[in-house]
Design a protein around this ligand. Structure first.
Ligand code: KG4
Length: 337
């Protein structure tokens, strides 16, 4: 079973080739064009996808040593994401599948982030969670706790009511004049800072839902007040600000997740999404698992960000179920898991 998978939901153009669950290649072209604007510009993203898609697919096939005539199916991200970006991958996948006369598989981007925990690679120890498990899915657009009952049956237990965790990292980085995306930079600077130097507001929400907009405002107000007293406040306290902000975000994420694990009684837990690259979050997640005799799963760094390898992991399960889609299926910008 050879599947070519395509991901183009935001600002990464990616193609992967897999044989069953085994990943043969995963090529990602990131778009540098957005850096100067401090965020993704949708129109520029779709144009860059148009330029990247043919060479990226070509390279993925070449690296896998697979000819397009040998493919058994084409998978693509149907949504959620930016419509102009999704249209590039969707149209390309439809065109190729129809010219090769092979089935088409539509994949939900959020489910794929979670199923990144099932990617298998050659010459490495491949571990994957057993169902049911709870997954903390944290990215630039989402912060959710998901009960994963099977590859296709996922239930959102809690989610953000405003900003996502990644947005909180990126927006706070922006007010410190750090480049986009700020998450990885805050992570790096936080290593040298004191996580207890500053205290920020934490939300008091019932249940398992998250909120990050209050934290963002609290961070902004601290900077505004301190800069009035000392114009060099940010530069002089950068590492402590990053460490304190990161510790607060990790605390908010983990507190709700711990409660959900207790409530659902699962023995396996997983992380997914771009923010799962965060070193503080990984550390807190693994420590929680160790202290509570839970099996913890975190995708390899390359599979936490947007990539087509995770699309192929999701496509594998749809292929074996014979769950193919029609060529008339439109992409969707917004959807639940
Ligand atoms: O999953 P992803 O690649 O894209 C979405 O589908 O949203 O996640 C991107 C997000 C950005 O907000 C980025 O700042 C954040 O993940 N991120 C991090 C780290 N690496 C990426 N946030 C905190 N620490 C990191 N090391």
């Amino acid at each position: 079973m050879l599947i070519l998978s395509i991901e183009s939901s935001c600002d990464d153009t990616s193609a992967a080739v897999s044989e069953g669950r085994l990943l043969l290649s995963n090529v990602v072209a990131s778009q540098k064009v957005h850096e100067q604007y401090g965020g993704v510009v949708p129109e520029l993203a779709s144009r860059a996808h148009q330029q990247n898609i043919v060479p990226v697919v070509h390279q993925a096939l070449e690296q896998a040593g697979v000819k397009k005539e040998d493919l058994d199916a084409i998978a693509f991200t149907r949504g959620p994401g930016l419509m102009g970006s999704l249209l590039v991958g969707t149209s390309f996948a439809k065109g190729l599948a129809s010219s090769l006369q092979i089935p088409l598989i539509d994949v939900n981007h959020l489910q794929a982030h979670i199923l990144a925990n099932f990617i298998e690679e050659k010459n490495v120890e491949n571990r994957s969670p057993e169902f049911p498990f709870l997954c903390l899915l944290v990215s630039g657009g989402n912060s959710q706790i998901v009960l994963v009952e099977s590859p296709s049956k996922m239930k959102i237990v809690g989610q953000t009511i405003d900003d996502a965790a990644g947005e909180a990292f990126d927006k706070c980085a922006k007010v410190m004049n750090l480049p986009y995306p700020g998450g990885p930079i805050i992570d790096r600077l936080a290593q040298q800072g004191n996580p207890k130097a500053f205290v920020f507001n934490k939300p008091r929400l019932e249940g398992f839902d998250y909120s990050f907009s209050g934290l963002k405002t609290s961070f902004l107000y601290l900077l505004r007040d301190e800069i009035k007293k000392n114009p060099n406040f940010v530069e002089e306290n950068q590492a402590d600000l990053c460490a304190s902000l990161q510790a607060t975000i990790v605390d908010i994420l983990m507190n709700k997740f711990k409660k959900a694990v207790k409530e659902y009684g699962v023995k396996h837990i997983a992380l997914a999404g771009g923010v799962s690259a965060n070193s503080g979050l990984r550390e807190a997640f693994l420590l929680f698992a160790k202290n509570n005799q839970l099996e913890a799963f975190i995708p390899k760094l390359a599979f936490t960000m947007d990539n087509a390898a995770m699309i192929s992991a999701a496509a594998y399960y749809k292929f074996i179920e014979g769950d193919f889609c029609d060529i008339s299926l439109p992409p969707f910008a917004r959807t639940e898991i």
